[in-house]
Ligand binder design. Structure first.
Ligand SMILES: Cc1ncc(COP(=O)(O)O)c(C=O)c1O
Length: 398
């Protein structure tokens, strides 16, 4: 198989067998149970000692095709497709062996539900979450030395302010302290970054976003190296939050065009971000692909294929009423609570992803009352700009 992600994305996970003909795409295999040639083989399959499918919670063909494709794209030995991105976050944390009494380091600007999962459910179960600025190497090194955690979870491109975290540096620090590094690479995708190659131990994605890419799949995936194969299998059998095969089929179909879509998302985002900088209605633009961005140098090292499709900006009128006028004036960009689809999508963090935070905490994280997060789609950039202009005109009207 080619080394090129464009080629791997198109061909990985294709069926290799069929009777009598080989289908060119995997079918949607809905069987819950599978017969084997004899009972001893079935028992060996159930125990994981023989290849093949036995019961769909243990693994199933359509999901396996998707998992195989993403393993090739990420350079992973094993993958499990989950029912949602949050199921993948949960599974990835369990895969570290996290147990009562353990400390878990969590990047402080992690996705809101990840923050809430560790801070509520996991805390109740005896895990002690410690939130850290993972973008600051010295702070991270000090936290690793002080807390001796089981694992660190971080996002290389944070949400919504798009701060970058140097995954290689974080992996080196983690391994010096015998700590596992879990990377939620949902915003990056393997087109921008392959964390396992940079030293991460476990990678996860919300499939719902760029990987599936068409806003019709809710899913997640956990990927890891050889040493996690048995434990990941055991955990998914016992926790059972697997992706439905219909969704696995759609996700694999979406994945075929991931590199093409990401290339366009990145191109459009650069164009839109540069245009936003010039707009009188904009107080600040957050996009690491801008040469003026404080982490632009790191971006060029970490993300040589582009800075991704997410752009955030502060309106000059930093108040909820102006933001609502802005959103209601849009005619094309979808005001929705998701990202990574082919259509441009916009979100107001203060009233959606970060609404559960106190105003003080939200402001302390740098998420102001006029901040908007734009997932730049693959439409013509000129049309995206024209729609944003409608928003700026409406926001400016008292
Ligand atoms: C970075 C990140 N991780 C995880 C998730 C959770 O994904 P899902 O909504 O598929 O459960 C999201 C959702 O927005 C996300 O942005």
């Amino acid at each position: 198989m080619s080394e090129s992600l464009f080629t791997i994305a198109v061909h990985a996970g294709r069926p290799e067998e069929g009777n009598p003909s080989i289908p060119s795409v995997p079918g949607i295999d809905l069987a819950v149970s599978y017969r084997a040639s004899d009972a001893a083989t079935l028992h060996a399959m159930l125990g994981g000692d023989a290849p093949g499918f036995s019961y769909s919670r243990y693994g199933s063909p359509t999901n396996a095709a998707l998992e195989m494709a993403l393993c090739q794209m990420e350079g992973a030995a094993v993958a499990r497709a989950c029912a949602s991105g949050m199921a993948a976050v949960h599974l990835a944390l369990l895969l570290t062996g996290l147990q009562a009494g353990d400390t878990l380091l969590v990047a402080q600007d992690s996705y809101g539900a990840t923050f809430a999962l560790v801070d509520t459910i996991m805390r109740r179960m005896g895990v002690c979450p410690v939130f850290v600025d993972a973008t600051n190497r010295a702070t991270l090194a000090a936290a690793l030395a002080e807390h001796r955690p089981r694992a660190l979870i971080l996002e290389p491109i944070s949400n919504p302010l798009l701060r970058l975290c140097d995954v290689s540096a974080a992996a080196r620090l983690c391994h010096e302290h015998d700590v596992q590094l879990v990377v939620d690479a949902t915003f990056a995708t393997p087109y921008l970054l392959r964390p396992l190659e940079l030293g991460a131990d476990i990678v996860l994605h919300s499939l719902t976003k760029y990987l599936a890419g068409h806003d019709d799949v809710l899913g997640g995936i956990v990927l890891a190296g050889e040493s996690y194969v048995t434990e990941l299998r055991n955990l998914t059998i016992l926790t059972g939050g697997l992706l439905d095969p219909h969704a696995a089929y759609l996700a694999l179909r979406g994945l075929r065009t991931l590199p093409l879509r990401m290339r366009e998302h990145c191109r459009n985002a650069v164009e839109v971000a540069n245009w936003l900088v010039e707009q009188p209605g904009v107080a600040q633009v957050y996009y690491p692909g801008l040469s003026s961005h404080p982490q632009h140098h790191l971006m060029r090292q970490l993300l040589p294929n582009g800075a991704g499709g997410m752009v955030a900006f502060d309106l000059v009128q930093a108040n909820e009423a102006a933001v609502l006028r802005f959103l209601d004036a849009l005619q094309m960009i979808l005001p929705v609570t998701t990202l990574g689809g082919v259509a441009s999508q916009i979100l107001y963090p203060a009233c959606s992803s970060h609404r559960s935070l106190s105003v003080e905490r939200r402001h302390a994280l740098g998420i102001g009352d006029g901040l908007l997060r734009l997932s730049v789609g693959i439409e013509d950039a000129v049309d995206i700009q024209a729609d944003l202009s409608r928003g700026f005109a409406a926001a400016a009207k008292e």
